[in-house]
Design a protein. Sequence first.
Length: 285
Amino acid sequence: MTSKSTDRIATLYFWAVGVVIILLLAWFLIRILGDGLPQLSWNFITGKPQEIVAGGGVGPMLFNSFYILFLSLLFSLPIGIGSGIYLTIYAKQNRFTDFIRISVEALSSVPSIVFGLFGFLLFVNLMGLKFSIIGGAATLSLLNLPVLVRVTEESLRSVPDSYWEASLALGSTRWQAIRKVLLPAALPTLITGITLVAGRALGESAILIYTAGLSVSRYFPDWNPLAMGETLATHLWYVQSEAIVPDAKKIAQGSAALLLIVVLIFNLLIGIPSRMLQKRLNGGK
């Protein structure tokens, strides 16, 4: 078999794999949106849930989803980005830093339910936070940390060394070079990583079942971080498995479609400006 034939076969194979993946994604989107969009209404999106009678909404769950996401990023971004900067710029290359990197990679592959059980033991029981928004956000931040550390480290390493060397040659300190040169240059890649982390957090359920609970406050919106905080993803699991409302299937279909739309819009709102910024930094290319 000649090299040209091998190249054609490989090209056809990868095209076929790509087409299959696209078709699968399209089927999922059509199935979820086709069943869920007819259930969506303003009352459903903003209304309060019902436990016995039909016609409940998911307003508090949608609010809790973004509230917990915001708090988790508030906890994890400074630590994750700071750790990535330390490993890239300040830490020496030795066995200890190699061990830290291996540990971070190992943590990023741990199933989310393990983080949920850890958060249940630490925040819910040991620290006495019970099922609460703050407990769920703190546990979710632990899930985000390994990914944020790796994303920060890789985005900083992708910046050409000449940027760093030129900045130091002009007399700037390390922190000035990091703040004014490295981070702005690595910002598009960093934003992409944060978007992926945030999208994963919006759809997370296993962690929040054990830490934020399966109930919502009677007040809406409730900014109390110690209140129980069922999110849209956990509500979807609940209505599919334990709910006794007569329209549980319709609520589940609507919740799934709404969650999908929210994640897509969230990714677009962050991803499009990131691409525009990256294009601007690359001189319009």
